[in-house]
Design a protein. Structure first.
Ligand SMILES: CC(C)(COP(=O)(O)OP(=O)(O)OC[C@H]1O[C@@H](n2cnc3c(N)ncnc32)[C@H](O)[C@@H]1OP(=O)(O)O)[C@@H](O)C(=O)NCCC(=O)NCCS
Length: 171
């Protein structure tokens, strides 16, 4: 199977939409898919291409100079477990490192809510080096949110916070 990873690309949400729409166990109904699509369009996104089609993608939301969130990633169901998710995540991590990002993290359903599809998701991230940081019970309206994190690189940024950063962290 010949898969090509391309990215970071912008404005590619329409290519990602069919992948999300075909995974209702993770991304819910049409209105929740549309909310993802609106956000993804402005985010740097890596796409896995198979026969010219989008087989999977990964979108990144940079939160500050040091940390970036794996905002969403998805691979077409019939292609799961063939190494596409790993290739997307590795390409995204390489790019984040090249921009000086030290930590990659993600939010996913916490283990206190039993739900088998998201257990698979947590196993995927764990296998790729992400570790559970904290389960937040009130961040999302109805579900516990688990934050998982991976250290990508030693910091190259200045060792002292800027005044703006210090004030922001006190808010
Ligand atoms: C999570 C997801 C992106 C992983 O993509 P993938 O291409 O299936 O994953 P890979 O084949 O690259 O798996 C890499 C490693 O992760 C682990 N892994 C992946 N799926 C797993 C599963 N179902 N159970 C246990 N471990 C799993 C394995 O260690 C695997 O390596 P191996 O196959 O050599 O054992 C994909 O399954 C998916 O689209 N899931 C639905 C959406 C989702 O959960 N998105 C993330 C939250 S936004």
């Amino acid at each position: 199977m010949s898969i090509q990873i391309r990215g970071p690309l912008f404005g590619v949400a329409s290519r990602c939409e069919p992948v999300l729409a075909a995974l209702p166990d993770w991304f819910g109904n049409d209105s929740s898919v549309q909310a993802y699509v609106r956000t993804i369009d402005a985010l740097p996104t890596f796409i896995a291409e198979y026969d010219g089609q989008c087989a999977g993608f990964l979108a990144i939301k940079q939160q500050n100079p040091y940390a970036a969130e794996i905002y969403v990633t998805a691979v077409r169901c019939e292609l799961h477990r063939r190494g596409i998710g790993r290739r997307l995540l590795t390409a995204a991590e390489d790019w984040m490192r090249s921009t000086g990002i030290e930590y990659a993290y993600l939010k996913t359903l916490g283990p206190s809510r039993e739900y088998e599809p998201c257990e698979r998701t947590r196993r995927f991230y764990f296998a790729l080096g992400y570790r559970p940081l904290e389960e937040l019970k009130r961040l999302w309206a109805n579900d516990p949110c688990l934050i998982m994190v991976k250290r990508l690189a030693d910091g190259t940024a200045p060792a002292r916070m800027t005044n703006d950063e210090a004030r922001m962290s006190n808010e």
